[in-house]
Design a protein around this ligand. Sequence first.
Ligand code: URP
Ligand code: ZN
Length: 559
Amino acid sequence: MVNLVIKGGTVVNHDRSFLADVIIEDGLIKDIGENLAVPNGAKVIDAKDKLVMPGGIDTHTHLDLLFMGTRTADDFYSGTRAALAGGTTMIMNFILENKQIPLLEQYEMNKTRAEKNACCDFAFHACVYNYNEQVEKDMEILSREKGINSFKMFMAYKDVFMINDADLIKVFKKCKELGAIPMVHAENGDLIEEGQKKVKTLGITGPEGHLLSRPESVEAEATHRAITIAHELNSPVYIVHVMSKSAAQAVSDGKRKGTVVIGEPIAAGLATDGTHYFNKCWRHSAGHVMSPPLRDDASTPGYLMDLLANGDLELTGTDHCTFNTNQKALGKDDFSKIPNGVNGIEDRMTVIWDRGVHTGKMDPCRFVAVTSTNAAKVFNIYPKKGYIGVGSDADIVVWDPEATRTISAKSHHQAVDFNIFEGMTFHGVPMVVISNGKVVVENDNITVERGSGRFIRTPCYPDYVYSRVKIRDNIKLSKVDREPYTGPVVDLNNQPNEIENHQIPNSNGNFHNRPLTKSGNRNLQDSSFSLGGEQWDDQNSRPSTRVKNPPGGKSSGIY
Ligand SMILES: NC(=O)NCCC(=O)O
Ligand SMILES: [Zn+2]
């Protein structure tokens, strides 16, 4: 393999940055230091005034996915090529096939496709739609033998992928037993079904119906539910694509309560918004349809970026799931049939640099953490990935922080004919991208090799996620030592009839629900309201019940 030397740049890791040269040999980082000698025959990359950072890890992609009746525009080749063009050197794709196909078979199908076509390294998350013995067995094999440490469940897509709460809890428990990470798509699928019916009844068929039928509260409720389940089980939980302020707030609150919750915003949610659903152009509007939807509150992207900067949100993906306009058009007369998904695999790094670092919200080290290192830690592949250190994989991006890029579907490398960031100019551009020790992007020239990407196994029990869980599991609840109760115990077989005891007819023949007090008076918790003006205890003497002067004074008006 050709050796490389990156000369004179500023190495940026998640924890510090420093001036250094980086020597790469056989796909690995061989040495890091100032003024290193250039080995014979090595190619030199001038990184003066540039940043040398770990290549991005996109935690959430859907390449080569058959979804809502049609296959994504980007497959493993075009998708990973575009990823590299944008400075991302590893993707994590969802195994999401027809749920009738056993999970293990789904895994083999995806692995074969990716190994043949991917140009950068890849890992997988598996999806689980229900729980039974077969699923349990497959989860065990996937996590113990096949290198999968994450399982996603959909709380939405009713009758397609949606899992019920009882099974969701079982999968969480199984994940915990295996040291895997339960991930959730958090939206309330039942409420979405109601929302879609309601919106259609109003005659709304266009893409705005997508947003209107999936309001923020539907996302926030499911996010809160998933975090509550995790909290009660002392399990970690990973919330994919946090799209709204209130869902993000649920993640923040969960963290404050001590739940091990990992929140993943995506490029789309960090730089554009749901006002596009109201655009007069159907193509434009439908091009933004994804789930959960972008929010029509224009301050949401900035809010999500704030939380990404302060640590409440942890890492970033794209949910890259692209459909061309003629595919989106499957829903031209019914918004609920528009294939869900948007682009981002190529755009994410630039978008986050611009909206995160260029705005002063985060420093370059935090940028590295949220685009690469934290993903490597969460999925247990750090410091092989996500780090510029001796022995780490040579997945590196030489970054120009000042250069700008104007995004357009005409010039991007994603196979889709639409880009949600069309015409937007962002600061921060990859000048050189190195994948597995090879230069694959240099000044806009892309030289990738189909099938060169390797499958990266993600081992169970990542410390970053599980160390707190393990400690807490050892903290046992202790009982209170006390003298046993020796007094009488009521005999349940010898009770007066409950109905006779509790329901007392009033003079109208209606029933009050509470028994008399010990002194024989009406229980004040019981309503004394009667339309007839009569009270069931009218015959008993009561302390003054007539109010001559009502609060607020006597009225002399007519009313
Ligand atoms: N997100 C989306 O709109 N499409 C991909 C499937 C999913 O993740 O929900
Ligand atoms: Zn997704």
